[in-house]
Design a protein. Structure first.
Length: 191
């Protein structure tokens, strides 16, 4: 090389990297969830409701109870399906992870309830299967983080099954509008 900043044509430049230089792939979780939302043909709220019902049916539920409260902006669905084991509930929080075998069931690859993070302050999930009775609270904290934690089950499910309670950001969400639930195909409501 000649003067600093110039090099001979054809010269090889070797950059030395520190052994401590390690990269990590980051995921813009908010952007990913928005892209997933846009892949569904209907409104986001309809997609969330459809996925909750599909997951309940996939778990063998014979009863799905849906309750909403516009005064507290909460929506809850509880089923009497098979419930989840603790490790299944932990994995349920991983984006694009599913406990289902591809091509089986009607839920969409473990994506549906994750979309709830876009419209909720928090997603509470409780499940009971055999002696396992656990619950988690989950929320989108930033573009890149959606932390969840274990908490004592609030007794939203009976002998077995899963309940999902959404604390919505918008008190006017269609999920708390009984007219929306009555007109959404496949939804069963109870008050």
């Amino acid at each position: 090389m000649g003067a600093e900043g110039t090099r001979r044509p054809g010269a090889t430049v070797v950059l030395k990297a520190s052994p401590r230089t390690v990269g990590e792939t980051r995921v813009d979780l908010l952007h990913l969830l928005e892209d997933l939302r846009d892949a569904y043909p209907g409104a986001l709220e309809e997609t969330i409701l459809t996925e909750i019902v599909a997951n309940a049916l996939d778990s063998g539920a014979s009863r799905i109870s849906i309750v909403s409260d516009p005064t507290t902006a909460t929506f809850m669905a509880a089923d009497d399906g098979s419930g989840m084991k603790r490790r299944e509930l932990a994995r349920y929080h991983d984006v694009a992870a599913s406990t289902k075998t591809r091509g089986e069931g009607i839920g969409f690859a473990g994506v549906g309830i994750k979309l709830g993070l876009l419209v909720c302050e928090e997603v509470l999930t409780e499940t009971r299967r055999g002696k396992t009775h656990v619950a988690t609270r989950w929320h989108l904290a930033s573009r890149h983080r959606a932390p969840w934690k274990w908490l004592p089950p609030p007794d939203l499910v009976g002998e077995r099954g899963t309940a999902v309670r959404l604390k919505l950001r918008n008190a006017l969400s269609p999920l708390v509008d009984t007219g929306f639930r009555r007109t959404t195909r496949g939804a069963s409501t109870s008050r």
